[in-house]
Design a protein around this ligand. Structure first.
Ligand code: FES
Length: 167
């Protein structure tokens, strides 16, 4: 039987395949799993989607690896490179900009020591800016994962980031 061509563009940088398989076991990945949901769950656990995870998901769901990669590359929410556990999306929309959004970004950047598109060395945070996140009435605002934080001040930003560092 011919093997299908596989697009294996991601890496396993420092990831223990046994740990990946343990995560798939815990999540109960199997033939009945919904692909997008399971990829979201795996990414939430590992912080990103290493090649071993994608191969494991493909084998266990019996969904061709090429399709798994197709889904992962289609949705911007999936990361195939090491990525901070928590994604900070600092709003750069107009309402946030006029209410000090750039200053908020600067505070986050200073506290974490990273710029846009970077991950902290401890792999806890990834920082990016995004267009309006839809909560202009709370400007300036940011998202950390799915949680929205508004009316941000430097002190509030510091407190919020600290709360993630002790979780
Ligand atoms: S401009 Fe920032 S939430 Fe709309």
């Amino acid at each position: 039987m011919m093997r299908e061509p596989v697009e294996d563009t991601s890496t396993d940088q420092g990831v223990d395949p046994a740990e990946v398989m343990a995560v798939l076991d815990e999540l109960g990945v199997g033939p009945d799993s919904d692909l997008i949901s399971i990829l979201q769950d795996v990414q939430e656990r590992l912080g990103w989607l290493p090649a071993a995870a994608l191969r494991g998901v493909s084998e266990r769901t019996r969904i061709p690896l090429s399709r798994v990669y197709g889904v992962v590359s289609f949705y911007a929410q999936f990361y195939t490179e090491p990525h901070g556990k928590h994604t900070i999306r600092c709003c750069r929309g107009t309402a946030c900009h006029v209410r000090g959004g750039q200053r908020v970004f600067g505070v986050i950047s200073d506290i974490l020591g990273i710029g846009e598109g970077e991950t902290t060395p401890d792999m806890l945070f990834y920082l990016e800016t995004v267009a309006c996140i839809g909560t202009c009435f709370l400007a300036p605002a940011m998202l950390i994962d799915d949680q929205c934080y508004g009316e941000l001040t430097p002190k509030r930003v510091e407190t919020i980031l600290e709360s993630y560092q002790v979780k």
